[in-house]
Design a protein around this ligand. Structure first.
Ligand code: SIN
Length: 421
């Protein structure tokens, strides 16, 4: 019997009925004799091969997207470079596993969203095609290098990225890109672009609007601000955090307020002062991956600290409990392990609560940590931001001075009520 290719629109005739739908790749869990069809209602059904009398292909599978017709260069519009790196915004559903995998690139976004060419002259580059849980400091560096390259000609850059670690990359870029003069906007999606409910298009539209029109030289994340498709928030790259696994408004400003609202109709409403654009040529700071992050917890074991030294770490960051505590008064010998580590590498302490700031002088534990181990307390800098900053700091002659300097808004002077959700 003639069969079909995944994605073909088919008519399947069985003894009792005729069904029209899209032929799908079978899930790994299903019997080899089951064919799967997506019905026009959106439901998938399985049909046993033995019940099928005939399969007719009505329309062959969708072939890869044709490249967008090259829009005429409009001298009245700014030029924006879109760099794609993967993530859900680049993904399609894989019906064998039910999961999504990165596939679409910046070129496809332009083909799918021709409105972008009304906002800016768009250039595109596929920099990576990974899910962001796999992103490493080497990938941050590749994105930063490509950003610097793109900014030679572009008035702003949009980076499409997986949402899971987008805030790490945004923080890393904030430190890697020295003397930035134009906006660098990261965006992504919580639902893949091949789903009707995808947030990708509005996020991308708002990100390109921000890169083109926002008077700022910030690295910022642009994602849905609410569950509705009304506007996106621009959140400073060192102060953004993914706060929900699946909501479209998962990103929040933490220990900060959003910098601006961007509406899909092109309006930008500034909510807080941002560093304005300037005419500078950005340079790249170096990065080193040999940095460790330890999460303080009731069962913390000294070997977790010792392991960092075995891995040739150059600095240890501890996401501490509460105001900056570690379990150093238990039977486990945490303090001796820390003292040993502190003789070799600097130790930094940030909060593991998403909100608030650490303080070295409140409890006696912290006094012991800061005085005996010389641990440096990182005020209201998030753990993710501190990790990215440390990767850059350890390449400096004086990592401590670099860590203390407020380079990209990672420290705020005061914790305000509206800095907490
Ligand atoms: C990823 O971070 O790459 C997967 C999840 C997402 O993009 O939303």
């Amino acid at each position: 019997m003639k069969t079909a290719r995944p994605g073909d629109l088919v008519l399947i005739k069985t003894a009792s009925e005729t069904l029209e739908g899209t032929f799908l790749t079978r899930s790994e869990l299903l019997d080899k004799n089951i064919l799967v069809l997506k019905l026009p209602t959106g439901y998938n059904i399985g049909i046993h091969r033995k019940n099928i009398k005939k399969i007719t292909t009505l329309r062959p599978a969708h072939t890869p997207l044709a490249p967008a017709p090259k829009a005429q260069h409009n001298p009245n519009l700014p030029t924006i470079a879109i760099l794609s790196t993967g993530g859900t915004i680049s993904s399609k559903i894989d019906y064998r596993t039910g999961g999504v995998h990165a596939d679409y690139t910046a070129d496809d976004f332009c083909a799918m969203l021709p409105e972008l060419s009304l906002i800016a002259n768009i250039t595109t580059k596929k920099v990576l095609n990974i899910m962001s849980e796999d992103a490493t400091p080497a990938d941050w560096l590749a994105i930063a290098e490509n950003t610097i390259d793109a900014l030679r000609k572009a008035d702003g850059v949009v980076i499409t990225h997986g949402t899971d670690t987008m805030h790490y990359t945004a923080a890393a870029l904030s430190f890697l890109l020295k003397d930035l003069g134009k906006p660098v906007i990261l965006t992504g999606a919580q639902r893949s672009i091949d789903r009707g409910s995808s947030d990708a298009f509005m996020n991308l539209l708002c990100a390109v609007t921000a890169a083109a029109q926002w008077n700022s030289r910030e690295v910022a994340i642009c994602m849905h601000a609410s569950m509705n498709d009304d506007y996106c928030h621009l959140i400073r790259g060192t102060k953004a955090r993914k706060m929900h696994t699946s909501r479209r408004d998962a990103f929040r400003a933490v220990n900060d307020t959003p910098l601006a609202r961007v509406y899909p109709d092109g309006r930008i409403e500034e909510l807080a002062p941002a560093q304005p654009r300037r005419d500078t040529t950005p340079e790249l700071r170096p990065i080193d991956k040999h940095v460790s992050l330890i999460y303080a917890h009731p069962n913390l074991h000294p070997q977790e600290i010792e392991l960092c030294l075995k891995q040739k770490t150059k600095a240890i960051l501890i996401a501490a409990t509460g105001l900056g505590n570690l379990p150093i008064h238990t039977k486990e010998k945490i303090l001796p392990a820390l003292l040993k580590a502190a003789k070799k590498v600097p130790i930094f302490i940030c909060a593991q609560t998403p909100f608030g700031r650490v303080h070295p002088n409140v409890y006696s534990t912290m006094r012991e940590l800061s005085i005996l181990c010389g641990a440096h307390y990182l005020e209201d800098m998030h753990a993710e931001t501190a990790l990215a900053k440390l990767c850059v700091a350890v390449t400096h002659k004086d990592p401590l001075t670099f860590m203390r300097e407020n380079i990209a808004g990672e420290y705020t002077d005061r914790s305000l009520d509206d800095h907490f959700l």
